[in-house]
Design a protein around this ligand. Structure first.
Ligand SMILES: [Zn+2]
Length: 258
């Protein structure tokens, strides 16, 4: 399948065009219709469907205008939260969109109704890409705005169980800050230090830090490693549950300043 095209919007949001055959593309989390329409025109692509990961304005604000301009369907989680939705998804649902196959993964945590979209080719078994919105970031996870840490932990586990080579396309680029947080929290961990060095190099050379892979997230995302004895020890929580460790990591990250 053709790789997604990231469309930076606002300060650090990432919206995506996912080519899905011919001149068609899926649009993921269009916070700003004008920016997306411009990107579509430049690439001479038309919208097949819009995918929304959750209801926050910086992910959905452009959806209604894009829909009226391109007469496409809007796929999302809850019409009471996102009135622009034509098609309300549910966990495990699979839809064929152009020459792609999209599967919905319910991932409550950041919000109650957050979902991720796993997108693969209609033919073949290649691992594909996952759009994670504000649930899983490169080396981070979203804030717990409507759910507790246990709910987020369960959702992160579902994402971590995807094939290792799956590419992770998230809703914001916070990679550098997240890696700095991991090293500040567990400085003895080699995998966090190596990942920070990698991300710093990418930033220095103006290269993108998104996407990562599920394998990279399993290794160097401190939130996914809340059950790891090294991380627990670094926090002084050797006997705590991963849910308690995740809650503490999220608390510390909320007030972390670089
Ligand atoms: Zn959000």
């Amino acid at each position: 399948m053709t790789r997604p095209i990231p469309i930076p919007t606002f300060t650090d949001n990432l919206c995506y065009l996912q080519p899905c055959g011919g001149d068609r593309a899926l649009v993921v989390d269009p916070g700003d219709a004008a920016v997306v329409l411009d990107a579509l025109a430049k690439r001479q692509r038309r919208v097949e469907a819009i995918l929304l990961t959750h209801q926050h304005w910086d992910h959905v604000a452009g959806a209604a205008e894009l829909r009226s301009q391109s007469r496409c369907q809007v796929i999302g989680v809850d019409r009471s939260l996102i009135p622009a939705c034509d098609h309300v998804t549910s966990d495990g649902q699979t839809l064929t969109l152009g020459d792609l196959r999209m599967t919905v993964i319910a991932t409550p945590g950041h919000t109650r109704a957050s979902v991720c979209y796993l997108v693969r080719s209609n033919v073949g078994d290649e691992p594909g890409v996952v759009y994670t919105g504000d649930t899983l970031f490169v080396s981070g996870c979203g804030r717990l705005l409507e759910c507790d840490a246990a709910t987020m932990w369960e959702s992160l586990q579902r994402l971590a169980a995807l094939p290792a080579e799956t590419l992770v396309f998230c809703g914001h680029d916070y990679a550098l800050e997240n890696c700095e947080f991991a090293v500040a929290t567990a400085p003895a961990d080699r995998r966090f230090r190596d990942r920070l060095a990698q991300v710093e190099r990418a930033v220095e050379y103006g290269q993108p830090t998104v996407p990562s892979t599920i394998a990279q997230e399993r290794a160097a995302n401190i939130f996914l490693r809340a059950n790891d004895p090294h991380v627990k020890e670094a926090l002084g929580m050797a006997n705590a549950s991963p849910q308690e460790v995740l809650a503490e990591l999220r608390r510390r990250k909320d007030s972390f300043a670089t």
